[in-house]
Ligand binder design. Structure first.
Ligand code: ZN
Length: 490
């Protein structure tokens, strides 16, 4: 059974490892969600889609998956550092709104984008601000175990002390000497023993509006802490998969590992999975290069970098065309190519119900099905899976042209491949077949074929040919069969 053969790359060991749930058939998966202070951009689509496919696949093979994807609504400071303004508080100040109004507004917009991209909702979507008590309790354990120190009402993680017994850098590959040499001391960080120590709790400055009581001060939790605390709360001290973008490896995930080991003396995560990033025309997305494209802009085409609007399904297809671990460059050419490729695939899938069933099949669709599973079991290789589906498309077209045959058994396997891999696991939607426009064309064509059949019955071959030739001019091809006629869009 395919269930036992999924190999997933583990960012810590650098190897593909057989995926075996700690508590089969239950699987716990945690993915770092967005910090909700602005519209979701292309960079948000990739982790969302990558882990959506993993979530879908694990469910497909029969696991009971609890997928936790958090919303960061407090503690994420500017420049991902321990100083500076809270990203959400800053936006609230600029917009003259309550921080939670900002959180609600951008969370709703994020959800709308995810729905457009056909990304399933996670099982639980916890917010950092709703788990302050859990985070305080987590810090208390870290302090009790000797890895946290209080200074001026703030609590910091003692990286050097931790590194005596454990390995700070196990995920990112950074070592302490490098950190000592390369870390600048930032303003306001003098109270730390070392500049690379990170905040577990920060005492709030008078102007800081998002603040809670704690044993140490009125303040707020450090950014890395929420994921450790919420992961443990919903998935247990040790769980199967933790995912996120590669940019989160350091410091965010490295710090999460250290926090869990410091609190519980064990690694919380069995498989660390990271998706690579999206570049735009070969460049990293950044505010300074002014090349951020929001998902709304992609879907509407309203951005100077875009030649046209691209549908959410085109974006999804484009992202799946690359392996999640590889780089992916966004360009109009690449998006247009994805749009065309997806249309070609959908066009072939549209004719499946019209294929003529023979007594024998010249194509073995079970071998395609096996190749689909092989692709996903090899570290979720979606580009290979799409390549197999294009081979399926070729076969469909050959059957349509009468050059190959398909029997009823293989036809049902073919339908299983499309509904299972294209729809259910890759989460792609064939928009040509769901649109009302397409349904009306079906009805329209039925009427036209009926008129043409009547013309032929009345030996009015001129009219019959006229209909066929006119439709052929707009790439609608009519095939005469023994029992009547069928049609395809060329
Ligand atoms: Zn996180």
């Amino acid at each position: 059974m395919e269930t036992n053969q999924l190999y997933l790359y583990n960012s810590i060991t650098g190897k593909k490892e057989l995926f075996e749930p700690i508590n089969n058939p239950y699987v716990g998966m945690y993915v770092c969600g967005p910090t909700v202070y602005g519209d979701a951009h292309l960079g948000h689509a990739r982790p969302a889609i990558t882990f959506d496919v993993l979530f879908r696949y694990l469910k497909h093979v029969g696991y009971k998956v609890r997928y936790v994807r958090n919303i960061t609504d407090v503690g994420h400071l500017e420049n991902d550092a321990d100083s500076g303004e809270d990203k959400i508080a800053k936006k609230a100040r600029l917009e003259q709104l309550e921080p939670m109004e900002i959180v609600q507004y951008y969370t709703d917009r994020y959800h709308a984008n995810m729905q457009d991209l056909n990304v399933l909702s996670p099982s639980i979507e916890p917010k950092a601000s709703g788990h302050i008590i859990e985070q305080i309790e987590f810090i208390e354990r870290i302090i009790k175990n000797g890895y946290g120190y209080v200074e001026n009402g703030s609590v910091y993680f003692d990286v050097l002390k931790y590194n005596e017994k454990h390995n700070y850098g196990i995920l990112s590959g950074r070592n302490i000497d490098e950190l000592i040499n390369n870390t600048r001391t930032l303003e306001g960080q003098e109270e730390k023993k070392n500049s690379f120590d990170f905040a577990l709790w920060k005492k709030a400055q008078p102007q800081h509006i998002m603040r809670w009581n704690s044993p140490w001060s009125v303040g707020f939790p450090g950014w890395h802490l929420e994921c450790s605390a919420m992961g443990e709360k919903y998935l247990g001290e040790v769980f199967d998969i933790h995912g996120g973008g590669m940019d989160l490896k350091f410091p965010h995930h490295e710090c999460e590992i250290a926090q869990s080991v410091a609190a519980n003396n064990k690694h919380a995560v069995k498989h660390w999975v990271h998706n690579n990033l999206i570049t735009i025309n070969g460049q990293k997305m950044s505010k300074s290069l002014n090349n951020f494209i929001t998902l709304d802009e992609v879907f509407s085409g309203k951005n100077a970098l875009l030649n046209q609007a691209y549908s959410p399904m085109t974006v999804r297809f484009f992202i799946l065309q690359a392996h999640y671990g590889g780089t992916l460059d966004f360009s109009n050419e690449a998006l247009l190519a994805a749009e065309k490729a997806m249309a070609r695939m959908c066009k072939a899938f549209d004719v499946i119900d019209k294929l003529v069933i023979s007594n024998t099949s010249s194509i073995d669709f079970n071998s395609y099905k096996k190749r689909c599973y092989d692709a996903l079991n090899d570290d979720l290789n979606t580009p290979i899976l799409l390549a197999v589906l294009f081979d399926v498309v070729k076969s469909i077209n050959l059957i349509k042209e009468g050059k190959e045959t398909i029997d009823a058994v293989n036809l049902s396997v073919l339908k299983e491949i499309v509904s299972g891999f294209f729809n259910e696991i890759l989460g792609l939607i064939n928009q040509s077949s769901v649109s009302t426009k397409s349904n009306s064309i079906d009805t329209l064509m039925e009427v036209i074929l009926e008129l043409r059949k009547n013309a032929k019955t009345n030996k009015d071959y001129a009219t019959a040919d006229y209909i066929r030739n006119k439709l052929s001019e707009v790439n609608i091809k009519i095939n005469d069969t023994k029992d009547g006629a069928n049609w395809f869009i060329e």
